[in-house]
Design a protein around this ligand. Structure first.
Ligand code: C5P
Length: 278
C-alpha cells in the first residue's frame, strides 16, 4: 500500500492579469499550503477502482470523471484499488480536487513504477494540479503552469480556513470578473522576516476573484469578516475562486482560539486551523 497527503492549497494573492485566446485566465498568485488535507492510498489490484471515505465523502459521489481516476488514466491503463479519504470541502478554492489528483499521480507512479506525466498532461488535469504536485510555496503564473520558488523561506505562520458551506463553481466566478487586465504583483517578491511583515505586503495585494465570488455567494463576505474580527488575525482573504477564506495568524494559540470561536458561532461551517507550510 502506498499513500500520499493532499494538502490544501491557499492563494495568499490572486491577480488576474489577462486572458488567453482559449478563455483561460492568466494569473499572478502567491501560493502556499496548509497542513490539512486529504489522503490518497493505492493498493495493487487487477482493475482500477475508487472508494471515497472521510468526513467530506458525502459531498463527492464516486464518478468516472473524479480527478483521482482521471489522474490514474493519465498514467496508463493499469489496475489499482484507490481510496480517497476526503477531509477538504469540495469545490471550495483550496485545491482539494487538484491536490487529490497530484497525490494520485504520486502514489500510482510509485505503485506502477512509471514516471510522472509530462507537464502538459499534468496541466490538462486542472490548472492547479501542477502547483499541487510542486507542493511548496511558489509564485504561480501563466494559467498555473509557470511556478517560481520563493527566494527566501516562508516565515512561520498559522492559517485559519473557513468555508460557509456553499460550493462555488470556478467558471462563473471568472466569467463575472469586471476586468481581466489587473496589475500583477511587484516583479521581485521580497523575503519576509516575520509573518507580520508578510501580512503587510499581502495587504497591498489582492484576490481579484473576491468581488465576483461575493456577488455570486454573499456568505463569502461574512466568512471573511468573521475571520478578520478574530484577535490576532493579521489578514483575511478568500482563496482561489472561493468560497473558503483564510485568516493569517502569527501564533498557533490565536489561530486555534479563532477557529474555536468561529466554529462555535457557525456550527454549519467548515473551520480548520493549520500551520502554513511551503
Ligand atoms: O483547470 P480547472 O479545472 O481548475 O479550471 C476550472 C475552470 O476555471 C476552467 O474551465 C476555466 O473556466 C476556469 N479557469 C480559468 N483560468 C484559469 C484557471 C481556471 O479561466 N487560470
Amino acid at each position: 500500500m502506498t499513500e500520499a497527503f493532499a494538502r490544501a492549497k491557499i492563494n495568499l494573492t490572486l491577480h488576474v492579469t489577462g486572458q488567453r485566446p482559449d478563455g483561460y485566465h492568466l494569473l499572478d498568485s502567491l501560493v502556499v499550503f496548509a497542513d490539512v488535507g486529504d489522503r490518497v492510498r493505492a493498493e495493487p489490484a487487477e482493475a482500477l477502482s475508487l472508494a471515497i471515505t472521510g468526513p467530506q465523502a458525502a459531498n463527492l459521489p464516486v464518478a468516472d470523471d473524479n480527478l483521482v481516476l482521471r489522474a490514474a488514466r493519465t498514467l496508463g491503463g493499469q489496475g489499482a484499488r484507490l481510496t480517497l479519504e476526503k477531509h477538504l470541502p469540495v469545490a471550495s478554492g483550496i485545491g482539494g480536487g487538484s491536490a487529490d489528483a497530484a497525490a494520485a499521480l504520486v502514489v500510482l507512479a510509485r505503485l506502477w513504477q512509471v514516471p510522472l506525466p509530462d507537464p502538459a498532461a499534468v496541466l490538462k488535469l486542472g490548472a492547479d494540479v501542477p502547483v499541487c504536485l510542486e507542493g511548496r510555496a511558489v509564485r504561480m503564473a501563466g494559467v498555473g503552469e509557470i511556478l517560481t520558488p520563493l527566494a527566501a523561506p516562508l516565515p512561520d505562520g498559522w492559517l485559519v480556513l473557513a468555508n460557509p458551506g456553499v460550493s462555488v463553481p470556478t467558471p462563473p466566478v471568472f466569467k463575472a470578473l469586471a476586468r481581466r487586465d489587473n496589475p500583477p504583483m511587484p516583479d521581485d517578491l521580497p523575503g519576509w522576516p516575520s509573518v507580520e511583515a508578510m501580512a503587510a505586503f499581502l495587504a497591498a495585494q489582492r484576490n481579484d476573484l473576491e468581488p465576483p465570488a461575493i456577488a455570486l455567494a454573499p456568505e463569502i463576505a461574512r466568512t471573511r469578516a468573521a475571520l478578520a474580527a478574530q484577535p490576532g488575525c493579521l489578514l483575511a482573504r478568500m482563496s482561489g475562486s472561493g468560497a473558503t477564506c483564510f485568516g493569517l495568524f502569527a501564533a498557533e494559540e490565536a489561530a486555534r482560539a479563532a477557529a474555536g470561536a468561529i466554529g462555535a458561532e457557525q456550527p454549519g461551517w467548515w473551520v480548520a486551523p493549520a500551520r502554513m507550510v511551503g
